[in-house]
Design a protein around this ligand. Structure first.
Ligand SMILES: [Zn+2]
Length: 96
């Protein structure tokens, strides 16, 4: 499901990851972070009615909400980095 919230979460992740060279580049860690962040953000910003996505789209233009999403994504990145779903030693970036 492509919606404004998911786009904003991906944007935040791209920005934060590029600022953190130590964070794992593999697609598994990326998907784990995005899934975790969406699970955190979704209940806050999607109210479950058909207008939810429209309301979110407007709300996402606000700088404050971007900052909140950055906090959520950063927290997800810390959790994934602390406990990646693959051994840290094997991590070459693209081999798993
Ligand atoms: Zn990884």
């Amino acid at each position: 499901m492509q919606n404004a919230l998911e786009e904003a979460v991906r944007d935040a992740f791209d920005t934060l990851r590029s600022a953190d060279p130590s964070f794992c580049r593999c697609s598994r860690c990326q998907e784990d972070v995005l899934t975790m962040a969406m699970n955190q953000a979704h209940p806050r910003y999607i109210v479950g009615d058909p207008l939810g996505s429209a309301v979110t789209r407007v709300a996402l233009a606000r700088r404050q909400l971007r900052a909140e999403l950055s906090v959520i994504v950063l927290d997800a990145m810390r959790r994934v980095a602390a406990e990646p779903r693959h051994p840290k030693e094997v991590d070459g970036g693209a081999s798993h």
